[in-house]
Design a protein around this ligand. Sequence first.
Ligand SMILES: Nc1ncnc2c1ncn2[C@@H]1O[C@H](COP(=O)(O)OP(=O)(O)O)[C@@H](O)[C@H]1O
Ligand SMILES: O=P(O)(O)OC[C@H]1O[C@](O)(COP(=O)(O)O)[C@@H](O)[C@@H]1O
Length: 320
Amino acid sequence: MPDRTVRVCTVTLNPAIDLTAGMRDFRPGRVNRIAWDRADPGGKGVNVASFLADFGVGVSVTGLMGLENARPFADLFAQKGIADRFIGLAGRTRTNVKLIDEAAAGEAAVTDLNFPGPTATPAALEEVGATLDALAADHEVFVLSGSVPAGVEDDVYARLIARLKGRGRKVILDASGAPLRHGVGAGPALIKPNIHELRELVGRVGDDPAEVAAAARDLMDRGVGSVVVSLGGEGAVLVEPGEAVHAAPLSVAVASTVGAGDAMVAGLVLGLLRGLSLADRARLATAFSAAALTTLGPRLPPPAEVEARMSDVRITPLPR
Ligand SMILES: Nc1ncnc2c1ncn2[C@@H]1O[C@H](COP(=O)(O)OP(=O)(O)O)[C@@H](O)[C@H]1O
Ligand SMILES: O=P(O)(O)OC[C@H]1O[C@](O)(COP(=O)(O)O)[C@@H](O)[C@@H]1O
């Protein structure tokens, strides 16, 4: 039975319309002909909210939204029963381009062009803060994710984490670069860097899961509650006090890797809400990511289909 009373809030300071364009043999510097395209409202927190809503979780969304092209987002939120608490900005939300080369394999198959987005105003940012204060009254988990637009200080996530933790709320952070580095200092309950973001944070780390787990533990020594490092086609390493595991990826036909990380965050949140063991959270998060890989645009197959793959995920305990 879906439990719509459990409330999760996702925060997206820089949402995006994802324009996915398919072609064969993409050549930079040449004229490339697009075979097909599709547009989806997205951005990290929007995707996490959308995936959680599919699984019956009660979700609110906030952040900053360009008012000129907000319609597809409003339609998505209405269709999925997501409470829309975005703060409007003058101008347009960015459109990010995702080029899919159907003739290429692996990481070369998707080229991401992520735009900076409209500039935030201090007044709008203040409104986001006030909205979060209000939502903290009845939302248990807050997910802060994605890049930050111009006009926003690099310590924005650190400040929001401190504010929400001060109200007794659990905060999950999925960001990169300086906003992630500052955010780590505020001690979020969970972070989900990919391997590149982990290296930006801590310097050189090898690919070996045990080495990745050791780097994750260094971050936990700095005050982060637990760390999940996603390794793309190599799976993920999940570390919490006293336990660490590697989750091998599922073998699926990849339509697009866009949204796999957001799906992993959604699976981790759902696993926390359900009170699952670390190994089962790893299975659920991996099944979510695999499901996102099989679709174009940020959408998942039906929940029963996603969860059915959990038992296929191979979990290996890592040394302490
Ligand atoms: N090529 C792939 N094959 C199988 N699973 C994949 C592949 N790419 C990503 N995944 C799954 O998606 C998860 C998240 O992917 P990743 O690319 O690391 O996230 P992000 O989008 O945040 O960079 C991985 O941990 C893995 O389970
Ligand atoms: O905020 P950023 O870092 O620019 O990322 C935004 C992009 O990330 C996405 O949320 C997808 O993220 P993942 O592939 O990491 O799951 C897209 O919808 C969006 O275009």
